[in-house]
Design a protein around this ligand. Structure first.
Ligand code: CA
Length: 649
């Protein structure tokens, strides 16, 4: 028998095996994380185990499209060889500047009535499963509408949830929802569906004593809609498309794709501890840059007057004083919020930009995204929603040296809104402008996809601390959730770390009162990751805040090389370590009523001289002392309720 015949026989055997196969395993590189894919009963499905322990039970796969229902009557027709992927990339604006990604990739082709319909492409790394669909062209049909994704996530019995409900459309302030600004419920039972509209990504689950599961999505661009997680029943959750009423009821809730074409990635991160959840880079590992940076973008720290002074503070004199304040802090930028076009005007903005440039302080300008999708009266309006006005404005920005924009009040997650995000980013890159989104959706891998993307809100952010005492009272609780959930998949523009005792420009006893300590404010500057930070500091803090706190806020980095989970429990307390260059920052906060007393091992600080510890006494009065680790590289930490700790090498 010659070689060609042997190969032919081999492929016949493989095809035969494939035809019988109804179940196939794919493991991650270290062999602990395992995905099983099946077509049992004609229904594509997958399950996930870690160290042999079930983390996702048999969960549905499949798509219902305008070309056919591809959730049933399917068979697993072909399984590719396992391909060992390795990729190294540098991304200075996420939690870890250099990432070495290793994963095993396998493609599962499902057919119906003998025709190949779609591939489900899985990439399994040591703690992350990512998968997406690739639909084939059907004859001469080169386009399709996805009516429903069957894609589900079935949690083991006894799982508890840490979820953030999706708000209804056209609600909230000036009919601007949903904008990912609702509050989490921690350690809740399964079987609920938020406020009736499911949950925003990412979604955290505790698999009893076995570990943790984070479900999210990444790679979403203008070619698909942003999705949410719906509860089907009990422990079964499924991908949900946007709500009909978003964008003032206009635009489709169903995404359309060309054929062949792909969906975004669904991601499942699994860990026996919270370390893989905090440290995951999967949101960035599986996406690629969509265009080249037009220039090297400068991240960094800044201030903004609006969080303390609100709309009235957007005037020339206050902004000039804040430029001086940013300069005094050694910060690189100032964010000028809503109404600058009316209360300052473009000519005097140009003057402020020139004044700031002399002091090394660049400007970010706020814009309303609308449009026809909300009633928010704040101006400038009607610029960012169309290419002609937007590009004219960006050319002006470039001419006066504006560093970035903050675009607010988006209309939801429909495909056309996702296209607007992408269009704003792509146009801004043409003019060398960084982009922050507010009142917006979750960023889904955007730090890597769009080189001029800076950060997004998509969280109940610092503005709520100004608006209500209830938010201040829950500040520590929320701060103990974000590092495990919202902030672990993408930059979070929280705008916090206030050192004012009261959220008003006199820092006098009225309005909402900060109940967290100054050390807490310092700790969140480390815990909350965003390469561009605009802190809620005010010029009066130069004289009314402790000198050690101001000094810390001057030198704390906004870009990081590495992150390590030290200890914590979502909603109760969190201690993380972040590295910038050769300096480690260990930061923790406590939301529990009792003082947290812990002995933590900090091997990254071993042998270091002159460690500094910022800590609180029982009355939340902060101080800075020197610290020595014991021989086991341990430190004893005490954090009172609403307090914090920071150890700096
Ligand atoms: Ca907001």
């Amino acid at each position: 028998m010659n070689k060609r015949k042997l190969t032919l026989l081999g492929s016949c055997l493989m095809m035969a095996v494939a035809a019988w196969a109804t179940e196939k395993n794919l493991n991650g590189p270290d062999g602990r994380l395992s995905v099983t894919v099946t077509d049992e009963g004609g229904k594509p499905a997958y399950s996930v185990t870690y160290g042999g322990v079930p983390f996702l039970m048999e969960s549905p796969l499949g798509l219902e499209t305008n070309l056919g229902d591809y959730t049933t009557g399917m068979s697993l027709a072909k399984v590719s060889e396992v391909e060992a992927l390795s990729d190294s990339y540098y991304l200075p604006n996420i939690k870890q500047s250099h990432v070495d990604y290793r994963a095993n990739r396998q493609v599962f082709t499902f057919s119906k009535d003998g025709k190949a319909i779609y591939d489900v492409e899985f990439q399994v790394s040591d703690n992350d499963v990512a998968f997406r669909y690739k639909l084939y062209q059907q004859g001469d049909t080169r386009s399709c509408v996805i009516r429903r994704e069957a894609t589900g996530f079935v949690m083991p019995e006894g799982t508890t949830t840490f979820l953030c409900p999706q708000s209804g459309p056209m609600g909230g302030f000036a009919r601007t929802s949903p904008s990912y600004e609702t509050s989490y419920t921690a350690d809740d039972a399964m079987g609920k569906n938020g406020w009736g509209n499911g949950y925003t990504f990412p979604c955290l689950f505790r698999n009893g004593d076995q570990g943790w599961t984070l479900v999210s999505e990444t790679g979403t661009d203008g070619g698909y809609c942003g999705c949410r997680l719906l509860n089907v029943e009990g422990g079964e959750y499924a991908i949900g498309f946007p709500q009909e009423g978003e964008m003032n009821g206009l635009g489709s809730v169903t995404p359309g794709i060309p054929l062949p074409g792909m969906t975004p990635w669904r991601t499942v991160t699994v860990g026996e501890t919270l370390a893989p959840i905090v440290e995951t880079t999967v949101a960035f590992d599986v996406v690629k840059p969509k265009y080249k940076a037009s220039q090297t973008y400068a991240y960094g720290k800044g201030t903004w007057s609006w969080i303390i002074g609100m709309d009235g503070s957007t005037n020339y004199d206050t902004q000039k004083a804040y430029i001086d304040f940013s300069a005094a802090m050694g910060y690189q930028s100032l964010l000028i919020d809503a109404l600058w076009d009316q209360q300052i005007g473009r000519e005097r903005i140009a003057e402020l930009a020139a004044y700031g440039a002399k002091k090394g302080v660049a400007l970010y300008l706020w814009y309303n995204s609308n449009g026809y999708w909300n009633d928010a009266p704040q101006s400038p309006r009607g610029i960012m929603d169309n290419a002609i006005n937007r590009r004219r404005e960006m050319a002006w920005m470039k001419s006066v040296g504006i560093r970035g924009i903050k675009v607010d009040f988006f209309g939801g997650d429909k495909q056309q809104t996702m296209q607007l995000y992408e269009d704003i980013l792509a146009d801004a890159n043409d003019y060398g402008i960084l982009v922050i989104f507010h009142g917006c959706t979750l960023p889904r891998g955007w730090e890597r996809m769009y080189p001029n993307y800076a950060s997004s809100e998509a969280v109940l952010a610092s503005e709520n601390l100004h608006f209500s005492q209830g938010s201040c009272d829950a500040e520590a609780f929320n701060a103990c959730l974000h590092p495990f959930i919202r902030n672990t998949v993408g930059s979070m523009d929280f705008g916090g770390s206030a050192l004012n005792k009261y959220y008003n420009d006199k820092n006098e006893p009225r309005g909402s009162r900060r109940v967290t300590s100054d050390v807490f404010a310092l700790a969140t500057a480390v815990l909350f990751q965003s390469a561009v930070q605009h802190f809620a500091l005010a010029p009066n803090n130069l004289t009314d805040a402790p000198a050690w706190a101001i000094d810390f806020m001057k030198q704390v980095p906004s870009t990081w090389d590495e992150v390590r989970f030290i200890d914590g429990y979502p909603g109760r307390y969190v201690i993380l370590a972040r590295r910038s260059g050769d300096r480690w920052y260990v930061a923790g906060v406590n939301a529990q009523k009792e003082t947290l007393k812990l002995k933590v091992r900090l091997p990254m600080l071993a042998g270091a001289d002159g460690l500094k510890i910022y800590r609180d006494d029982k009355s939340l009065n902060g101080s800075v002392k020197t610290l020595k680790l014991n021989k086991k590289q341990e430190a004893e930490i005490e954090i009172p309720a609403n307090g914090g700790v920071v150890i700096v090498r």
